[in-house]
Design a protein around this ligand. Sequence first.
Ligand code: AMP
Length: 411
Amino acid sequence: MDFDMLGLAPRLVTSLKEAGLTEPTPIQKRAIPAAMEGRDVMGLAQTGSGKTAAFGLPMIDSLLKNQTKAPNGSAVALVLAPTRELARQIVDALSVYTKDTGLRTGLVVGGAGITGQIRKMERGVHLLVATPGRLIDLIDRRAVSLSSTRFLVLDEADQMLDLGFIHALRRIASLLPEERQTMLFSATMPKQMAEIAAAFLTKPERVEVDPPGQAVDRIRQSVHFVAQSEKPALLSEMLSKHTDERALVFGRTKWGMEKLSKSLEKQGFSVASIHGAKSQGQRDRAIREFRAGTIKVLVATDVAARGLDIPDVKHVYNYELPNVADTYVHRIGRTARAGADGAAIALCAPDEMGDLRGIEKLMKQSVPVGSGRPWEVEAPAPKRGGKGRGKPGGARPGNRSRRPRRSKTAA
Ligand code: AMP
C-alpha cells in the first residue's frame, strides 16, 4: 500500500516521496484513514512508529484540500508536546511534509525568545507545535487565541501527565471550539490517561501498535548486576568495545549524569549530555552532534531525551534503572528503530532490584542476565525509598548494605 492509495492530496504524496517516504507504517495505515474521515483518534504508539506523520498528514491534507487560510493570531491546528526537543522535532517533520505548499508552521516553546514567537503568531500559522507552558504564557499575553483552532493533537500524552501538565491541557482544550478533531498519542496507557481520553476525545478510533510495555523483539536486552560504585568502570569497559557506534546512556539525576559525562570525556570518549541543568542551546547542540555522529555517546536524563528520534542508536544503557517501569520501555525504544537491531543494557545495583522486577512484570518477560547474579533483597518495593516488605525467611533488610560480589560468569 502506498501513500497515494490513502487518498492524500497529490502534492502531499509528492513531498512524501521526495522525503523518501513511500509506504505508510502500520500506525499510519490505520490512523490516517480514520483521521481523514474526521474521526478522533486515540493512538497507542511510541516514537519511531511514524506517529508524527500519522497525525500530521491528515491535518495537512485537510488544510490543502480546503485551502484553509491561517487565522491571524491563531493556528488551524495545534500540536502539544511535552518537551521542547520533541516539539522541535515535530515541527521539523511537519515542515518537510508541507514543503512548497504555502502552509505555515510555528513553534512555541520555552527556552527561546518570546518576542519572535509573538510576532510570528500575529500573522497566524496553519500548524502550531507548542509546549503547554509557553503556549499558556502566550495565551495570557493575548498573543494567541485558539478560538478558530479546529485540530488538536496531544503527543506523548503520558509524558505530559508525568510532567504535571494536566491543568494546562485542560485549560488549553477548553479554549478550543467544541467542534474540533482531537488526536491523542501516547506510548503507555496509565489509568489517568483513560480519564483524559474520555474528557478530550469523542468516540475515538483506537489505533494500537506495539502494545505498551512490550519491548520491541529486535532489542537484545541484558542486565548486569553491579554495585553502584562499580558502574562507571563497567560502563567505560562496555563503551570502549564500540566507540564507532552511537550509544545513549540514561540515568536519573542531572548532576549524576553531568558527573558521568565529564568522567567519560576525561577518559577520551566523544560524549555530550542533555539534562535539566543544560541550557536549551547546549541541549540542541548535543542532539545535533549526536545525530550527525560527531559525538557517539549521549548521556541523558529521561525528560530531556523523551521522544527523541535519532536513527541508528545501537546501544541504550540504563546506567540507573528508572523507578517507573514504563520509562524503561521508552528508553530502550530509542534503539532498534526502523527495522534495525540494537542492544539495551541495564546496570542494576542492589537497591534497584525492585525496579528491575517491576520492569519485568510490566514487560511480562525477564531480562536476560549479562553478568553478576541477582541481588538478594527483600520482596520488590514498588517505589524507591518506599518501605520494603521483608518476607519471612527471606533476606533481611540488613543485607542491603552487604556488598555482593559480581560473579565472573554470566548466570
Ligand atoms: P515518529 O514516530 O513520528 O517520531 O517517526 C519516526 C521516524 O520514522 C522519523 O524519522 C520519520 O521520518 C520516519 N518515518 C515516518 N513515516 C515513515 C514511513 N512511512 N516510511 C519510512 N519512514 C518513516
